[in-house]
Design a binder for this molecule. Structure first.
Ligand code: GRF
Length: 199
């Protein structure tokens, strides 16, 4: 099979992106990490791209006068680089609808809870883990899903669970969930790249 050309969209640390890059380097994913796009010029994700010699772009809506110009530029970059699949890895912006339509079913996200629970607007970062603890859940986990025009709504491709202990702080839970994110995300991308999961 042809290698998958991946574009990562990331806003912060990029540890999930790194886990996928590492799996590609270990020949566990039949893919090429073609580029990293970040809305944040100081993001850890851009640092990681530099360290890995992956092309990176700082593309922020703030640097364009209209949505149309911003979206046209973003789409052109993705087309020029022959991107097959977009992987959101801690991307804190809504992906523009024109990009979602162009890449229909080929944009992935990871959410740090067991969707459809604890998803939707405002459910990101530590808010998710706090809500899980407040709801006194016994299990939480991570979900890899396809991105559509509604937050945390698209087809679920994989889930993995972790226990939640009574003594957990949101930070404890975040660490436990992040550790399995680094397993489930590369694993799901590998299955897409080898045809086991069809998008
Ligand atoms: C992860 O918790 C992921 O579930 C969420 O954003 C966080 C990104 O972390 N979508 P990192 O930037 O990959 O370290």
């Amino acid at each position: 099979m042809q290698k998958l050309n991946i574009a990562f969209f990331a806003s912060h640390g990029g540890s999930n992106m790194q886990a996928i890059i590492d799996a590609i380097k270990a020949n566990n994913i039949n893919a090429v990490p073609v580029l990293v796009i970040s809305n944040n010029s100081n993001s850890g994700a851009i640092e990681r791209a530099k360290n890995e010699s992956i092309k990176y772009y700082h593309i922020s809506r703030l640097n364009f006068s209209t949505d149309e110009e911003f979206e046209a530029y973003l789409l052109q970059v993705l087309k020029d680089e022959k991107i097959d699949i977009i992987i959101l890895a801690g991307y804190m912006k809504m992906v523009p609808i024109s990009i979602i339509n162009h890449f229909k079913g080929r944009i992935l996200n990871i959410h740090p809870a067991l969707l459809p629970k604890f998803g939707g607007k405002g459910m990101y970062g530590m808010n998710v883990h706090k809500a899980v603890i407040e709801a006194k859940e016994n299990i939480s986990g991570a979900t890899v899903h396809v991105v559509d025009e509604i937050y945390d709504n698209g087809r679920i491709l994989a889930q993995m669970t972790v226990p939640v202990y009574e003594t957990d702080t949101a930070e404890d839970l975040q660490k436990r969930v992040l550790a399995i994110e680094h397993i489930i995300y590369p694993d799901t991308v590998a299955k897409i790249a080898n045809g086991e999961i069809v998008l």
